[in-house]
Design a protein. Structure first.
Length: 421
């Protein structure tokens, strides 16, 4: 098949959105001929990667807006306005290319955002949307624990999302999609509300086979008191304050335990102050931001990952921890809740900050007091990643769905690939 891919963010050897775009290109081109529309500033890293590892069935179309339009993209605040304009320009480039190539279908893969449109939905071929996320929200009961800046962020995020959903082109994108993928069930409900005819849950996150194998070689930690790790940007919605409070409760019974925090961000000083207030100076280590190899070294020295994020649609760090055989303790929210099962970690409800802290502390106690449980969860975590979050298997899954689209869109069965348990 001849497939047109829209990948605004697409860069090799990267995580998050750029890595999503790049991995979908590699996977879909295993089975079909792919034309990729992406930004011109991605060209250098893409061509450098292709010189080492060619992707023969991928054809690259580097498109950017005229220089005069660059004023829309001033730092992060202008990205969304620029992205809307880029999507519109990419549509006209795609329409021109379609007259030459005659595509069988179009697929939007990045940005992974459900409340921003993709004008490829206007193309006269079946349109696949996603996976897209962004429908996850921090429960309102947790807002009172946020700093003022965090509360303002949540209000503005909710407002931007609400306005985006009202946009006619977002609704057009949803209604034109022959098949849409949502990163979580929360986003799935929002896509249904926008008029999507067929929505499945498919995580945006995945690991390459090489990464899974490398992480799988990390041996279990067999000695010493329980040591858990948190890794990510120190933002209010990551819930690291919940992690600190839970660790303080847990440490009362296991005083030799340790909590390592890897990452940096605007919440760091607030979290360090909280750690001091809770009397955790001898049990908590703030490592700051580390390069990925160093961060993985810290992970190898820990027994599990504590990831109390409140609205995370992806959660790559959870997958890396699971591939390394480290059980994950998380809230039953967003992407991590899709990734973690009873066989691979511990999920706790998110009803209120107080309840979440108690349940997270209980989960830490289970890991500390039951080495056999840690062993079972370690095995289950590795198995879960290999079976459901291996990019090679995600690519095969998508290729099969592609083959059903042109011959019978109405009768197609949209199977959930990594279903929430």
């Amino acid at each position: 098949m001849r497939v047109l891919l829209s990948a605004y963010a697409c860069e090799p050897d990267m995580g998050s959105e750029p890595g999503v775009g790049w991995n979908w290109v590699r996977q879909i081109s295993r089975f079909h001929e792919v034309w990729v529309i992406t930004r011109a500033n991605n060209r250098q890293p893409i061509e450098k990667a292709l010189a080492k590892n060619p992707v023969p069935r991928a054809h690259w179309v580097y498109f950017d807006l005229p220089r005069w339009a660059s004023f829309w993209k001033i730092g992060q605040r202008g990205v969304r306005a620029y992205y809307h304009l880029w999507q519109l320009g990419a549509y006209f480039a795609a329409r021109k290319l379609h007259r030459e190539v005659r595509f069988d279908l179009c697929h939007h893969v990045t940005f992974v955002n459900y409340w921003m449109p993709s004008f490829l939905a206007l193309m006269p071929v079946p349109f696949v949307w996603g996976p897209v996320g962004g429908g996850e929200s921090a429960p309102r009961t947790f807002w009172r624990s946020f700093c003022f800046r965090g509360k303002v962020y949540e209000v503005l995020r909710h407002l931007a999302r609400s306005l985006g959903q009202l946009g006619p082109f977002v609704r057009l994108t949803a209604r034109q999609a022959a098949l849409a993928f949502a990163t979580t069930q929360e986003t799935q409900r929002r896509l249904n509300g926008l008029g999507c005819r067929r929505v499945s849950v498919l995580s945006e996150a995945g690991l390459r086979s090489e990464e899974i194998n490398d992480l799988g070689r990390i041996p279990p930690r067999r000695r010493g008191p329980l040591r858990v790790l948190t890794l990510g940007r120190l933002l209010h919605w990551k819930g690291f304050d919940l992690g600190l409070r839970a660790f303080a409760l847990f440490k009362q019974r296991f005083p030799s335990s340790e909590y390592w925090i890897v990452g940096d961000g605007p919440e760091r000083s607030r979290l360090q102050k909280l750690a001091g207030t809770l009397g955790l100076a001898d049990g908590v280590t703030f490592w700051g931001a580390l390069p990925r190899p160093a961060a993985l070294e810290r992970l190898a020295e820990c027994d599990g990952l504590l990831h109390p994020s409140l609205h995370d649609s992806g959660g790559w760090v959870c997958l890396e921890a699971m591939a390394a055989g480290r059980p994950v303790i998380c809230l039953d929210l967003g992407g991590p809740a899709l990734q973690v099962t009873e066989e691979s970690g511990i999920k706790v409800p998110a009803l209120s900050p107080e309840q979440a802290v108690r349940d997270l502390a209980d989960a830490l106690q289970k890991l500390a007091s039951d080495p056999e449980l840690r062993g079972r969860l370690s095995y289950g975590a590795r198995k879960r990643v290999e079976e459901h979050f291996n990019w090679d298997k995600k690519g095969l899954f998508m290729a099969k769905l592609y083959e059903e689209l042109p011959t019978g869109q109405e009768g197609m069965s949209a199977t959930v690939f990594a279903q929430r348990s």
